[in-house]
Design a protein around this ligand. Structure first.
Ligand code: HPA
Ligand code: ZN
Length: 317
């Protein structure tokens, strides 16, 4: 089961940086990272807001295209080791030159070159705006996405604090990205309830939702997701560590699966949540008895929802 090829559609590039990687870069650059690590050297936070703060503090050491190239190599090698053959990675121009288009091109070239050099795993980039940075920043991010859309940058997304702004505020950014042919996904239904998912569907024209799990609280919404074939990028370990659910047994993924809404399983920010994709699979096997056949089905759904061309899809299905 653990050894079958896996697909991952929800992984944040900076969020996949191991603490040791961030500490090493901080040491090299003489940047102090007060409050980022606990006494065991793990990322230190106690709630979602604290997580976002520590996440952003850690990114302060990522200051150049070369840093992101190193990070990309490290992340893809880890994923490949875990049996991942195709991964879609959220990349934020906010952390890659502050949304300046010229700088973004340099960062992206370094990331793409690093990705091409890792054999045995295919990567696509989903340019991601950060909700709590606001709609104007999101539009600038969408511009970066549109200008670099192609074989590697195939999607546009949004992460960050779901409690701030309304989905409609981000409609111009998503419309711009959609018109450029990018696949669209947005985090919603993680800390926000069903209304947040509904607004995201109504205004952002997404084919996928990051998390989306709290849609389960609304039967009509679940029917809509199933009817429209909207895919949920489910990250069970992330939801448990951030306190959306008390434990894996209380997670709705098994119920969601049975409603016919398409889903994948992903890790979100693995070192922050002390997880890996094989660990997620093992937990789902333990909690819900999911077997190799079930995971094959999940990975087929991921292939169908992937932001890639038909030839790549045929290769990874
Ligand atoms: N939610 C919102 N924003 C994020 C997350 C998440 O789980 N991970 C990284 N940025
Ligand atoms: Zn996420």
């Amino acid at each position: 089961m653990i050894h079958d090829p896996k697909l991952e559609l929800h992984l944040h590039l900076e969020g996949a940086a191991p603490p040791a990687f961030i500490r090493q870069l901080g040491d090299e650059k003489g940047i102090r990272l007060d409050g980022v690590f606990d006494s065991d050297g793990a990322y230190s936070y106690s709630d979602f807001k604290g997580f976002l703060d520590v996440y952003e503090a850690a990114t302060r050491v990522l200051q150049s295209p070369e840093d992101f190239a190193r990070l990309t190599t490290s992340v893809l090698e880890q994923s490949r080791e875990q049996g991942v053959i195709y991964t879609e990675v959220f990349i934020s121009p906010d952390f890659c030159g502050g949304r300046d288009l010229g700088a973004w091109r340099d960062y992206l070239a370094a990331i793409q070159e690093a990705a091409a050099a890792v054999d045995g795993i295919e990567m696509r980039g989903v340019v991601t705006c950060i909700r709590h940075f606001g709609p104007d920043a999101a539009r600038e991010t969408a511009k970066c996405a549109v200008e670099t859309a192609g074989d590697f940058i195939t999607g546009f997304g949004m992460g960050g604090n779901e409690g701030l702004y309304r989905a409609a505020d981000f409609a111009p950014a998503f419309a711009m990205a959609g018109e450029a042919g990018l696949g669209l996904t947005s985090h919603a239904g993680e800390f926000g309830g069903p209304a947040s998912v509904r607004e995201t569907l109504d205004h952002l024209n997404v084919s996928r939702v990051g998390h989306g799990v709290r849609a389960i609280e609304d039967v009509d919404l679940m029917r809509r997701l199933a009817d429209e074939g909207v895919h949920l990028e489910v990250c069970p370990g992330s939801n448990v560590v951030l306190g959306v659910y008390a434990n894996i047994d209380a997670h709705p993924i098994d119920i969601i699966m049975k409603t016919g809404v398409p889903i994948c399983v992903s890790t979100d920010d693995p070192p922050f949540f002390h997880t890996t994709l094989p660990q997620e699979y093992a937990a789902l096997n333990r909690a819900f008895g999911w077997d190799a056949g079930q995971f094959r089905k999940i990975n087929r759904m991921a292939a169908e929802a992937a932001f890639c061309d038909a030839a790549t899809r045929a290769d990874i299905i």
